[in-house]
Design a protein around this ligand. Structure first.
Ligand code: UDP
Length: 409
């Protein structure tokens, strides 16, 4: 059976009628606002995940919200991935050739996308950032950057700043990512949609069916990391930690990953990891949201041992399922996990191994942390909160620009 599109009212049982009414009230003066989001992949990674749910929820409160994806050949995405890595602190050789390809592909996308037909534009991450140069503004433009900007490469950042400053507002995920720029900066942490295939309740039979389907054994406790194949997620470190932990407890490791369409490095990393496979080290790449859900629910422990992490929706997703998460003590993970309360924060392979052992040995601790983890997500990291932050921002723009009074398209 085809489900229905999630409506704001569906959140009532989770957040209460008053909160739903408050959000509705904020949306009322914005009826008819026509906005578009642009990013660089329709699949794989947190941004696509967020956009697929948030664009629908915005429509459900009367804001005409679209979502477009830029196109580019592999050389373009290889450059933008290098830029992504550099914004997370790596070196980059920012040659004229790279700049030229980057700017030209975005120009071509601008020509074919007609963003001028909207009264607000939200551009996500650095890939489509220069789109703004090619339009006459018909309302505010917002740059929503999801990356961990704790320590961006200076040369690259200085190159991007003049373009960033053309925007009317910039949204980062955390205050720590604030930059020295003229543009007003806001900080919205991402959130999850609790009603999609990846997050909704599953029965024991459904979970078992999915795991059996992929031959995942459930006789021993499962240690699971689910992430794009990206070295910032440190899959190698997870395998090392697992190997240390299993000296003390019997368990099975499952690494499930995918490769986003804008990430040409992912498949090489996946290939290189395959050599680490063993009977109890399972490395998989399947596009199956129900499998993600089943693994996050059945895992004794979910690990997200990232080295950089803008926010980390995989952490939120697992916590929502009442599973304790051991997460790298960095970026957005620190805002979700309270160390020793609803999960553990770790900074090394040894520490990760120690926490895996402790959680596997102590079922009561797992249950207690899992309960608190779920409550943390209910209070802070469901999509209603994210929607409301956007509505507040749109409301502020509305008073300046009278967006809804502009001709509707
Ligand atoms: N994801 C998935 N299948 C995979 C790996 C990841 O569906 O094999 C999803 C995961 O469930 C989450 C998103 O991709 O919704 C990753 O978001 P996150 O913020 O954790 O990291 P990002 O990939 O954006 O760096």
């Amino acid at each position: 059976m085809v489900g229905k599109i999630v409506q704001l009212e569906d959140y009532e049982k989770l957040i209460g009628g008053e909160a739903v009414e408050r959000i509705r009230k904020k949306a009322r003066p914005l009826q008819g606002l026509h906005l578009v989001n642009v990013n660089s992949t329709y699949y794989g990674g947190g941004v696509a995940e967020l956009l697929s749910s948030l664009s629908l929820l915005m429509n459900s409160v009367g804001i005409k919200t679209g979502w477009g994806v830029i196109q580019g050949a592999p050389d373009f995405f290889s450059i933008t991935k290098k830029m992504h890595n550099a914004l997370q602190g790596e070196e980059i050789n920012l040659s004229n050739r790279k700049r030229e390809i980057y700017e030209e592909v975005i120009w071509e996308n601008a020509v074919r996308n007609h963003l001028e037909n909207h009264n607000m534009v939200i551009i996500h991450d650095p890939q489509p950032l220069p789109m703004i140069k090619h339009y006459k503004k018909n309302g505010p433009w917002i740059w929503r950057c999801h990356i961990d900007l704790t320590n961006p490469n200076k040369e690259l950042w200085n190159y991007l700043v003049p373009t960033v400053e053309k925007y009317d507002a910039v949204i980062f995920s955390l205050k720590e990512y604030a930059q020295n720029i003229k543009t007003p900066q806001l900080f919205f942490m991402p959130a999850i949609d609790p009603f999609k295939i990846k997050t909704r309740e599953m029965s024991e039979e459904e979970i078992k069916e999915r795991l059996d389907h992929y031959g995942i054994p459930t006789d021993l406790p499962l240690v699971v990391q689910i992430s794009r194949f990206d070295r910032w997620k440190d899959p190698q470190g997870v395998i090392e930690a697992f190997k240390l932990a299993r000296k003390e407890v019997d368990c099975t490791l499952v690494l499930l990953g995918n490769v986003a369409t804008d990430d040409p490095e992912g498949s090489d990393l996946f290939e290189s990891l395959l050599d680490c496979r063993e009977e109890r080290i399972i490395i998989l790449s399947h596009q199956d949201s129900a499998l993600v859900n089943a693994l996050q629910r059945r895992a004794a422990v979910v690990v997200q041992k990232s080295i950089r992490e803008g926010f980390g929706l995989t952490v939120t997703e697992a916590m929502w399922k009442g599973t304790p998460v051991i997460g790298g003590n960095i970026g957005g993970i620190r805002y979700q996990i309270e160390d020793g309360v609803n999960g553990f924060l770790v900074s090394s392979v040894e520490e990760t191994a120690g926490r895996i052992v402790r959680l596997i040995k102590d079922q009561k601790l797992r249950e207690e942390m899992g309960r608190k983890a779920k409550e943390t997500v209910r209070k802070k990291f469901l999509l209603n909160r994210y929607l409301e932050e956007y509505l507040d921002l749109f409301g502020a723009f509305e008073t300046i620009y009278r967006l809804t009074a502009l001709p509707k398209v």
